[in-house]
Design a protein around this ligand. Structure first.
Ligand SMILES: [Zn+2]
Length: 234
């Protein structure tokens, strides 16, 4: 039994684990729900601190398939104290006393925060048996999907608005993904991807894998919280 499953945010119906992002009963978004009681017994701050410095140290708090072995050290990007900005803001908010900026522009492998979400989505894409992954994107997500799909041995198809500057998907092409330019804006590209996801057995990271994809985002905050509360770094 997995320690997580998909649950409807509105009506609460559970859907197990499958490539799906919408509840058929009430058309609301699905999210990953964890069995926190079971998790509490198997996880400790000390144990996490002894693991390598990347987002996989929080694996029990992520929706990863059983026995999943990550191949890339994603996440755990540095924090920089910003005392001068804190000073400027101190007149407006009390929370600016200890101000840190998170530099996710050094996140591996494609230097963007999207690497986190794609890493979790692709772990599930493999578990669900997809051999092709895809996304609608305006740049960062395209590069993250293309790079990590190449690493995982998955095919990648990327759908972008036709007027996107070529420089934004340069990395996508380098990693061998198929890039399809769609005559339309991002919303239209996104809608097209939802239709394709219904027809093909493809894992769209931001469509049918979206609930898992979204969980990767929270790893940004995990490091932040640990640092500002003064716990020593490993
Ligand atoms: Zn529902």
């Amino acid at each position: 039994m997995s320690h997580y499953e998909l649950r409807c945010r509105e009506c609460g119906r559970t859907w197990g684990n499958q490539p799906r992002s919408i509840c058929d009963d009430c058309f609301s978004p699905l999210e990953v729900a964890y069995d926190y009681d079971a998790l509490r017994a198997s996880i400790s701050r000390e144990q996490i601190a002894q693991r390598p410095p990347n987002m996989w140290r929080y694996s029990q708090l992520l929706p990863l398939p059983q026995g999943y072995e990550p191949r890339l050290p994603v996440g755990f990007t540095p924090l920089f104290q910003a005392p001068r900005l804190a000073e400027q803001l101190s007149g407006t908010t009390a929370a600016a006393k200890n101000l840190y900026l998170k530099n996710d522009a050094v996140c591996l492998p494609t230097l963007s925060f999207k690497d986190r979400v794609v890493a979790v989505a692709l772990s599930q894409a493999k578990a669900f048996g997809f051999d092709t992954v895809s996304c609608s994107s305006t740049g960062n997500l395209a590069n993250a999907v293309a790079a990590q799909a190449a690493r995982e041995g998955l095919k990648a198809w990327i759908f972008i608005p036709s007027d996107l500057e070529p420089a934004k998907v340069l990395g996508t092409n380098v990693f061998g993904a198929k890039v399809v330019r769609i005559a339309g804006n991002y919303d239209q590209v996104n809608r097209l991807c939802s239709q394709i996801a219904d027809e093909h057995r493809w894992g769209f990271v931001n469509v049918n894998l979206r609930p898992y994809y979204s969980e990767g985002s929270k790893t940004v905050v995990m490091r932040l919280k640990r640092s500002v509360t003064g716990v020593s770094q490993s």
